[in-house]
Design a protein around this ligand. Structure first.
Ligand code: G
Ligand code: G
Ligand code: MN
Ligand code: NA
Length: 254
């Protein structure tokens, strides 16, 4: 099976779609963003999860047109939500280190926003710790340029990378997303609870917004709320859903 040529075909023939998972603010229950998540429906193999093809796409370079497609589709979709008057939040796109490290990264972001006549606050980028550990002048420059465009950056899967935290204070980022693996047993595991509290506290001392991912139960939610986590994402509130389902979901909450 040649996943590489299948992926190319999927890109060419629109077999890729985006699902969206809402993020909610603690106290108000207000929707503060939606994360765009890639879905690939293979004609023979059925749905293929991103974890099974992102790595390959990074190796083959297909991650470049793939991410360009995601950014373009995300902008189209947020524009549609705005037109229906339910899009008062940004769409958050996962950005592979391979895409981020190109010199044209900021230019691409700027171009897609301009193409869709959107302002920078309509889009946010999720980066992994790996990107930020490349603590180079060019990383800082790109993040500053993004910020100048109004595009916020978050660190995804926070806590799973290296333990060096110094980059948190020196890089222009606005949010951290606590990795799901800490939330899973946060009620029953003393260590996960301690790590989660520590991340929230650290982030707040650095004026960063903290998001918990993978919130599945009321118990997890109340633990996080009690410990002053700012925003929540997980099956308890909403699964990743196609735009066609997101629209009525949002309208129902108005
Ligand atoms: O949606 P799901 O839980 O299957 O996602 C699994 C992983 O794939 C997550 O780590 C997520 O960040 C990643 N992923 C989903 N969509 C995209 C995308 O558009 N670009 C990149 N680079 N990663 C994505
Ligand atoms: O690495 P990243 O944070 O981008 O991955 C997001 C992935 O997490 C998505 O694929 C999404 O389907 C998954 N996800 C979102 N909410 C939950 C949840 O509450 N429980 C579990 N198990 N997975 C979730
Ligand atoms: Mn993510
Ligand atoms: Na994550």
């Amino acid at each position: 099976l040649d996943l590489r040529s299948d992926l190319q075909q999927a890109l060419d023939t629109h077999r890729l779609t985006l699902h969206y998972q809402p993020l909610l603010e603690g106290h108000s229950g207000r929707v503060v963003g939606v994360e765009a998540l890639l879905r690939w429906m293979h004609p023979v193999r059925g749905p293929i999860p991103p974890a099974a093809f992102i790595g390959l796409a990074e190796q083959t370079g297909q991650i470049i047109p793939l991410t360009a497609w995601v950014l373009d589709q995300a902008c189209r979709d947020i524009k549609l939500l705005k037109a229906r008057n339910v899009g008062r939040f940004p769409v958050m796109v996962n950005i592979s280190p391979v895409f981020f490290q190109r010199k044209d990264f900021v230019r691409d972001i700027k171009a897609v926003l301009e193409h869709h006549e959107l302002t920078g606050d309509c889009l946010e980028v999720e980066l992994t710790e790996g990107v930020l550990l490349e603590h180079t002048a060019s990383t800082i420059k790109k993040l500053n340029e993004l910020r100048a465009l109004g595009v916020k950056a978050s660190i995804d899967d926070f806590g799973t990378g290296y333990s060096s935290l110094s980059y948190l204070k020196s890089l222009p980022i606005e949010k951290v997303k606590i990795d799901q693996s800490f939330i899973k047993d946060v009620i029953s595991d003393q260590h996960d609870a301690a790590i989660t509290r520590a991340i929230i506290s650290l982030a707040h001392h650095l004026d960063l917004t903290v998001i918990a991912e993978g919130v599945e139960t009321e118990g997890q939610y109340w633990f996080l709320k009690r410990n002053l986590c700012d925003q929540f994402q997980g099956f308890l509130f909403a699964r990743p859903i196609p735009l066609g389902d997101l629209l009525p979901w949002l309208q129902q909450r108005e």
